[in-house]
Write a protein that binds this ligand. Sequence first.
Ligand SMILES: Cc1ncc(COP(=O)(O)O)c(C=O)c1O
Length: 369
Amino acid sequence: MTSAAFPAFEYRGDTLHCEGVSLAALADAVGTPTYVYSRGAIEAAYKAYDAALAGVDHLICYSVKANSSVGILNVLARLGAAADIVSAGERARIALRVHPDVDAQTHPYISTGLTQNKFGIAAAAARDAFRRAAELPNLDVRGIDCHIGSQLTKTSPFADAIARLCELILSLAGEGIQITDLDIGGGLGIDYGKDGDTPPPSHGEYGSAVKQAMAVLGDHPVRLLVEPGRSIVGPAGVLLGRVLYNKDNEVKHFTIVDAAMNDLIRPSFYGSHHPMRPVTRSEAAPRKTDVVGPICETGDFLARDRALPPMARGELLAIGAAGADGVPLSSHYTTRPRSAEVLVQGERWTVIRERETLEHLVRGERIAE
Ligand SMILES: Cc1ncc(COP(=O)(O)O)c(C=O)c1O
């Protein structure tokens, strides 16, 4: 059965599949650890935003920060997505990022819209910044931008931020400064499958809240830009790992897998929860275990005290909701080559990034004379 936390992954017979591809067969062919993404889930997530914002002039700028693999960017580009990127050089058409002092009610590390955060210009100071920019001959001030945080599970922070930016747009219009692009930053949070967590609102609820908050603009012509990242690729990807070893000590059981904190750092960095399923379905009673990698760090864990059926050495584990911020935050820590990435479409799959080899690790290094 698929679930919100594993939308494109379901058991067929006793084996977990991504669309029409067996994850067991995939692991045999490509090895582990490997990130596996469902193209269908990525496309469906993009289309859900497009449908939710129907009726307003809008542009969906996929947040490349969430996963910049070229094979993923290609899927989104083919759907007509624009991209929210970090780029070098001059950008003569500009938008100014304002922090609207709205609490995104999310993890403090990914909350970015408050005065105490380092991002953007305070709403009060923004008016002067827009006036100054409007006087500069080489700048065409088009847009106003904010991003109040990631993994938002309520629509009200979006609505509050939009209300503040719309107020600024209308007041600048009164001074003859026409802002035509309203960029409201990242998109919805996702379901990480943790008991007790608030599930994110639907795309429909998000779209209605955005449109309602923008209604204050009346006839003022504005194009809406949204920069969803996590919700486009997060649920579409799993990290596939293989059990290396089981260990018991006086107080705990450990399941040691070949995927580690260098592959997926979110659990040790943010304390994030990722849903997990054995690739081969098991009816055995679950027991609590710490799922850990083989790196010599206590912080090298993927889950703590997780109820999972016992898994023998060699069995495969799918770590879900891993499509966003998995590969971009991966590293060579403890001289580990980075994982492969595979994109699945129906019965077909493509290695969109090869597993690194030891040569990748030393490429570009020199020994001093
Ligand atoms: C400026 C900006 N836009 C968009 C995003 C994407 O946000 P999300 O992944 O929550 O949709 C981020 C993520 O941190 C961001 O910093």
